[in-house]
Every structure is written in structure tokens, then in C-alpha cells.
Design a protein around this ligand. Structure first.
Ligand code: DC
Length: 215
């Protein structure tokens, strides 16, 4: 049987990362947080004092990233999240990160990848696709709690405004915009805690794996 790929796309702070990690644990698959790749590009641009709105500065950083540095806590800041959204609009940056993601998807026995364009562009043949979302106020609360744990004292309204701006940029870009694949199952986690969100995601994935989505 072909390598199994589970694509978990969705909005910022929707819970997609936690869900993806738990799905990977459940199935014994590898997990890739593709957003961390764009965040590493953003950190590279920032450290090189480059311009995040300049495609060649962003491309230079994309060609130099080391995906094994994805656990660097510096990439989790709100500032790097915003810069990641900016550098990710550039087609050359996206192209530079594509092969790494596709090679990751081929890792046996399977891979769970979360991001914005996994079900649409990176792995259109994924056997299971989820698109995770939640109400913006709920996502802002979650991100506020997460950032607080990193020592970031930003207010909740400021975080809500940033999330809205980021969603708009991610959904409006010309190349690989954030959107549900036609064959993705939609999951709204607004009223769900982590356990309930995981259970709902698992049920959707199991349904897809027994009758895979068609292009
Ligand atoms: O999921 P995240 O918040 O770590 O992602 C940071 C940014 O990276 C996001 O705002 C847009 C970009 N991104 C992307 O363009 N495509 C992906 N597959 C994942 C993230």
C-alpha cells in the first residue's frame, strides 16, 4: 500500500498543529509542522537584517534554512509569525520549500503534515485531508495563552487583530492560498477542547482512510 499522508490545513491557532501531532502519535507516523519552515525563513531574514517584503532576501533565507532547527523557541514569537506570513507570499520561497515537504510526505510508514496548502498543493493525493478552523475570538484566546507561556505580554485584542490580518494575507495570496481542498473534511474546533478536537479529527481521518477522498 502507498505511504499514508494526512494533510491538516487550517487557520492560525485553530488547533491544527496539536491535532496533527496527536494524529501522528496515534498512527505512529512522522509529523511535520510546515509553518515552522516558513517561520525559520522569517527568522533567517530577520537575523540577516533583510527585508521580509523582498523576494530575493526571503529566497536567500529559504535556501539556507535547517529544518532540524524547528524546535528553536525564537520562531514561536508573534513577530516571527507575522514575518512568516509575509515571506510565504513569494512563489520562489514556496518553491524552495516544496521538495523538502514532499520528501517528508514519502517517509514510511506515513506522515501527518499541517499547514495551509498541504491538501491543495504540497500533497494533493493525500489519503485524508482536514481543514481546521475556529471562531477568531477563540483562536485569539488560545494564541494569547500560548504566547504568554513564551513570556510575550501582548494583549488579546492585539492578537485578534494580528490573526485577522494574517488569515487575510494567507487566504488572499496569489500562490497556494490558504483554502480547504475540495475533498477536505471541515472541522470547527470552537467548542471543542483538545481531546474532543482530536477525537473528531480521528473519526474524520478514519472515515477518509477507509474511503479515500477523490481528487
Ligand atoms: O502555522 P503557522 O502559524 O506556524 O504558520 C506561519 C505562517 O507560515 C502562516 O501565516 C503562513 C505560512 N505558511 C504557509 O504559507 N504555508 C504553510 N503550509 C504553512 C505556513
Amino acid at each position: 500500500m502507498a505511504n499514508v499522508v494526512i494533510a491538516v490545513d487550517g487557520t492560525a491557532a485553530s488547533g491544527k498543529g496539536t491535532i496533527a501531532k496527536k494524529l501522528a502519535q496515534h498512527f505512529g507516523f512522522h509529523h511535520l509542522d510546515s509553518g515552522s519552515l516558513y517561520r525559520l525563513v522569517a527568522l533567517g531574514v530577520s537575523e540577516a537584517k533583510g527585508d521580509p517584503n523582498d523576494e530575493s532576501d526571503a529566497l536567500k533565507a529559504a535556501q539556507a534554512i535547517d529544518p532540524s532547527k524547528a524546535s528553536d523557541p525564537r520562531i514561536r514569537s508573534a513577530e516571527i509569525g507575522r514575518l512568516a506570513s509575509q515571506v510565504s507570499v513569494f512563489p520562489k520561497v514556496r518553491a524552495a520549500l516544496l521538495e523538502y515537504q514532499r520528501a517528508f510526505a514519502r517517509r514510511a510508514p506515513g506522515a501527518v503534515i499541517d499547514g495551509r496548502d498541504i491538501g491543495t498543493i504540497v500533497c494533493p493525493d493525500a489519503q485524508a485531508k482536514l481543514f481546521v478552523d475556529a471562531r477568531p475570538d477563540i483562536r485569539a484566546r488560545r494564541r494569547w495563552l500560548e504566547l504568554k507561556s513564551y513570556g510575550d505580554g501582548r494583549s488579546e485584542p492585539a492578537i485578534l487583530a494580528e490573526l485577522r490580518e494574517r488569515d487575510m494575507r494567507d487566504a488572499a495570496r496569489a500562490v497556494a492560498p490558504m483554502k480547504p481542498a475540495k475533498d477536505a473534511a471541515l472541522l470547527d474546533t470552537s467548542e471543542l477542547d483538545i481531546d474532543a478536537a482530536f477525537k473528531a479529527a480521528l473519526a474524520l481521518v478514519e472515515r477518509s482512510l477507509t474511503s479515500p477522498p477523490k481528487g
